[in-house]
Design a protein around this ligand. Structure first.
Ligand code: MG
Ligand code: ZN
Length: 252
């Protein structure tokens, strides 16, 4: 294991000078598939950040920030921090709001059950907030899943955002800290299936062998002529992954 908690790609001890590339897929320790699933707008029907800002945000803040954001004078993280600073509500109110309005996409329980039966690894990869994600997942009995996310501390004085250290260095593709790093350090060589919907899923979707996309991510992939599988619920995802495993994937 290295400092990031990942195994050596070559499966040799650190002092061994000869590196022999043994494909990890052949190792029984590696899961058949790594299922990386976005949270907001993917597991939830509505993006919880939008739900929160629509109710508690200060109207016009985003419009004020946009010229600076576009000109590169502030980062998306700074813009988000300033927007959420105007969200002045206690933690419990925010949780109740998300419970009432976010909704959970059909079939997520079955997807996790399918993954567990087949030995696939599941990781939830979000640019959103752990406290919100943990609550939603706990509510539906999926509190055991691995979650990569940022954090928000809600209070009546304003919300403080804490950006995860797990985002690594600036991504060479998008020039930001994106989900690609967190998936890279978790990837053990198994084929990747990614499911997502938003801007933060663009780069990381390029690492996947099979991409499920809807909403913004689907439009963005369409513009680029990049193939993906459309989905509206996770039953469709399960059916397609089964087909892929038994068909094209097995034949490859
Ligand atoms: Mg999303
Ligand atoms: Zn990136």
């Amino acid at each position: 294991m290295d400092e990031y908690g990942t195994r050596s790609v070559y499966g040799v001890t650190s002092c061994t000078p000869i590196m022999v590339a043994v494909p990890l897929i052949a190792s029984p320790a590696v899961a058949p598939l790594l299922l990386a699933v976005d949270f907001d707008g993917t597991i939830t029907m509505r993006d919880t950040l939008h739900v929160i800002v629509d109710e508690h945000g200060c109207e016009g803040v985003w419009d004020d920030l946009e010229p600076d954001l576009r000109a590169g004078r502030i980062t998306i993280e700074e813009a988000m921090s300033r927007q959420f600073a105007e969200v002045k509500a206690p933690h419990d109110d925010i949780m109740a709001l998300v419970r009432e309005r976010a909704g959970v996409r059909d079939g997520i329980l079955e997807l996790v059950e399918f993954a567990e039966e087949e030995g696939h690894r599941v990781v939830i990869m979000s640019a959103g907030f752990r406290t919100v994600i943990d609550m939603v997942l706990d509510d539906i009995g999926l509190g055991h899943l691995e979650v990569v996310a940022n954090e928000a501390i809600f209070s009546e004085d304003g919300c403080t955002l804490v950006f995860s250290d797990d985002r690594g260095d600036i991504c060479e593709l998008c020039d930001r800290r994106c989900k690609r790093h967190a998936l890279s350090v978790r990837h053990e060589g198994e084929p990747i299936v990614f499911v997502g919907d938003g801007i933060s899923d663009r780069c990381v979707s390029g690492m996947a062998d099979l991409v499920f996309a809807r909403a913004h991510l689907a439009e963005w992939l369409d513009e680029r002529g990049t193939p993906y599988e459309p989905f509206e619920d996770f039953h469709q995802v399960i059916a397609r992954v089964r087909e892929w495993q038994g068909g094209e994937r097995a034949a490859a």
